[in-house]
Design a protein around this ligand. Structure first.
Ligand code: UT7
Length: 331
């Protein structure tokens, strides 16, 4: 069977920076609390007039096509992970294709909150492994500042905006996606959700006045489940593939909280210099965190490196993917 390998990665980050000091002026918080409780120093905020999450995704895809010398015509499928699509429908995938000139592909969105990119990656890989598709793009893009309440200190300090994209291609070499383990628990929806704007509570004047179109999170509860879900996924993947800590070159965790990342590193038995971390600069970009980590660390990755990507998000959703990196970086 062919394996699906990541053959390129690209990110997009808005230029505007919101620092902890800036947040001190908006809500009752301080740099010390945010830094020690989350590890975040600053995050990017999309302020471009008329731009939405698909524009950030399109920028990442445009850069990816250029960088990998791929023509838009070669792309047969594009999956977009997002919780902040431009519109409730249609999904972002087709909009992104339209914006970058990909017109021989089909596409759809996956909403699995912060696990979305990981779920989309495995979904895309199956089309390549089945031999029906040769080049597939997976995008993670979220415009979190469009659904964050900047009067709620419990959530507004955490999130940032950004996007990342990877190209997946088939390979007969011993690289690419090897195994994934995913989990879900719908009862977790009580602790992390947006109350209105869907079919349960369509938008009304009341839902707007009651500030129900923003992220609602019971952080302490989510934290406990996140640590457990990510630890279970890593343990399952390592056991199932006979991996020991010394075999892992990189752990790539969803960037929700530095304290969660530290506990994930402990479970994997990997020192922090083998864990991808950029939460200090970007905060939690939801579907963007994993591809943005790969993009930031791409220069350090070598062909054959063992990576475990691990995520946890609203739903609850969680999981881990084991892959072997497919290429050495060349500028
Ligand atoms: O991305 C996918 C899923 N999401 C996650 O994985 C997020 C998981 N949760 C977390 O990362 C953390 O729970 C938070 C960062 C959201 C919150 O940190 P925490 O250590 O769990 O804080 P807490 O909610 O238990 O609140 C502790 C105290 C409270 O004050 P009292 O009641 O002890 O007086 C909060 O009111 O900290 C207070 N607090 C703040 N203080 C200053 C909450 N937010 C802030 C703030 N600045 N921004």
């Amino acid at each position: 069977m062919k394996r699906a390998a990541i053959t390129g990665v690209m990110g997009y980050l808005p230029e505007d920076i919101l620092t902890n000091k800036d947040l001190e002026k908006l809500v009752d918080t301080n740099d010390e609390w945010i830094s020690t409780r989350t590890g975040i120093k600053e995050r990017r905020i999309l302020k471009k007039e008329g731009w939405a999450s698909s524009d950030m995704g399109a920028e990442a895809v445009k850069g990816l096509l250029e960088k990998t010398d791929t023509s838009p015509d070669e792309i047969e499928m594009l999956i977009c992970a997002t919780v902040t699509p431009d519109l409730v429908f249609p999904g972002n995938a087709n909009t992104i294709c339209d914006k970058v000139g990909i017109d021989h592909a089909f596409g759809y969105d996956i909403n699995a909150a912060c696990s979305g990119f990981l779920f989309a990656l495995t979904t895309a890989a199956k089309f390549i492994e089945a031999g029906t598709h040769k080049k597939v793009i997976v995008v993670g893009t979220d415009y979190m500042s469009s659904i964050v309440d900047y009067t709620d200190r419990a959530t507004c300090v955490i999130f940032g905006d950004g996007a990342g994209a990877v190209l997946l291609e088939g390979t007969d070499e011993e690289v690419g996606l090897i195994d994934s383990h995913f989990g879900g628990d719908g009862s977790g929806r009580a602790f992390l959700h947006m109350k209105a704007g869907g079919s349960l509570n369509p938008a009304t004047v009341e839902t707007v006045m009651n500030r129900q179109h923003f992220v609602y999170q019971e952080g302490r509860h989510v934290f406990k489940y996140a640590v457990r879900g990510m630890a279970d996924s890593i343990n399952t993947i390592m056991d199932r593939n006979g991996l020991e800590d010394k075999d892992l070159d990189w752990v790539v965790p969803h960037q929700a909280n530095l304290r969660i990342i530290n506990s994930v590193a402990d479970v994997a038995g990997v020192p922090l210099d083998r864990v991808m971390i950029n939460i200090d600069r970007y905060g939690n970009t939801t579907s963007g965190t994993l591809p943005l980590c790969l993009w930031d660390y791409e220069k350090k990755l070598k062909k054959g490196d063992n990576l475990i990507l691990v995520a946890f998000g609203g739903g609850f959703t969680w999981g881990a993917t084991y892959l072997k990196w497919a290429y050495d970086f060349s500028a």
